[in-house]
Design a protein around this ligand. Structure first.
Ligand code: NDP
Ligand code: ZN
Length: 353
């Protein structure tokens, strides 16, 4: 079968590979809508998780089931499904500890395009199909739904990690597709003032539609000063991080009230250490918490997020700015993500087999 793969750090291209085999609990899926992710860019062009060769990329997909294993109960050939970016081994001890995204080892629930072939292929393998796939309801557009598999769940998780509560003032640093979902998530969780940090007008517009009360531009001066100005020196209750660099943590700590919480889902592609500013961390005694995490995945999470779309509380289609048609267009979509033109939020590729 054909797939678009990481060939080595800095190199990606089409390869031929043997089709995967289906285990008794598993499924083989053919993608019908896929999207490239900023994480694919960190992985290939920054070498963020180290060397990989001939590893098929992609972890955001809506697909059609081509085969299921003998022990799969709730899915059958022909079913349309959401495939979450994170597909844990649910029996793992870390899953039982409440961290399925780290099943087996740290980040172990993130299999596609990390240590297993991803969805930019004619066929791909999903472990534990009953626990990791979700049916795509007929009233949900598959093109919009592909956002849920990674962008929605990850952005919402930033708000969860920041422990947003009703009435909180929140700063969301970074409003690419992930940060925009952190805005939407914080809004759904009851935040009052939401300050979104980005520079591109297309993202600023969607941030406002998702509930941001103010958008500030990090290119117009220190964001800590801008936030302190806007809050009369008080700072914010919670910070979500979905963009920036290792230095962004320092800024987040500085703009946070004592007892506040930072939720970061940023994939830090380079740099050795993350610095915490001693004085603003109240010499270690400020009760300012820093939570960084990989999004949860699995079926229940996907079904819950889909129900937000069905009830009209959340609209993922706003994120899609570029549409490609045809399997071979995966390459163009990924390169577009790498170049990140000013009008891009998220591209999708629609595949008609
Ligand atoms: P984008 O690159 O599209 O967005 C990044 C955002 O950060 C943009 O709004 C950008 O602003 C902003 N930004 C860049 N530099 C700075 C800075 N110095 N200060 C403040 N803001 C800045 O990324 P995505 O939204 O696609 O993804 C965000 C992160 O989430 C990535 O690192 C991605 O790999 C990661 N991720 C993590 C997952 C997880 O489970 N934890 C899963 C999926 C993704 P602008 O472009 O407007 O100038
Ligand atoms: Zn991703």
């Amino acid at each position: 079968m054909k797939g678009f793969a990481m060939l080595g750090i800095g190199k990606a291209g089409w390869i031929e590979k043997e089709a995967p085999q289906c285990g008794p609990l598993d499924a083989l899926v053919r993608p019908i809508v896929v999207a490239p992710c900023t994480s694919d860019i960190h992985t290939v062009w920054e070498g963020a998780i180290g060397e990989r060769t001939e590893m098929i990329l992609g972890h955001e997909a809506i697909g059609e089931i081509m085969e299921v294993g003998a022990l799969v109960k709730d899915f059958k050939k022909g079913d349309k499904v959401l495939v979450p970016a994170i597909t844990p081994d649910w029996g793992s001890i870390n899953s039982q500890r409440g961290f399925p995204m780290h099943s087996g080892e740290a980040l172990g629930g993130w299999k596609f395009s990390n240590f297993k072939d991803g969805c930019f292929a004619e066929l791909f393998h999903v472990n534990e199909a009953d626990a990791n796939l979700a049916h795509l309801p007929e009233d949900i557009d598959p093109v919009a739904a592909v956002m849920i598999t990674d962008m929605t769940t990850t952005g919402f998780h930033a708000a969860e990690l920041a422990e947003v509560e009703i009435g909180d003032t929140v700063c969301v640093i970074g409003i690419g597709p992930v940060g925009l979902n952190a805005v939407a998530g914080a809004n759904l969780m009851g935040a009052s003032y939401i300050y979104a940090v980005g520079s591109r007008p297309v993202c600023a517009q969607i941030a406002k539609e998702y509930g941001a009360t103010e958008v500030i531009n990090y290119k117009n001066g220190d964001i800590v000063e801008q936030i302190l100005d806007l809050t009369n020196g008080a700072g914010v209750d919670k910070v979500c991080i979905a963009g920036g660099t290792v230095d962004t943590f320092s800024q987040a700590v500085k703009m946070l009230k004592p007892g506040g919480c930072i939720g970061s889902v940023n994939y830090l592609g380079s740099g050795e250490f993350i610095k915490v500013p001693r004085v603003e961390w109240a010499a270690g005694m400020g009760h300012k918490r820093i939570n960084g995490g990989l999004t949860p995945g699995g079926r229940n999470r996907m079904e819950k997020l889909v129900s937000l779309v069905q009830t009209g509380k959340y609209d993922p289609s706003k994120l899609i700015t570029h549409k490609f048609e045809g399997f071979e267009k995966i390459e163009d979509a990924l390169l577009l993500m790498k170049d990140k033109p000013v009008d891009l939020v998220k591209p999708v590729v629609i595949i008609d087999w």
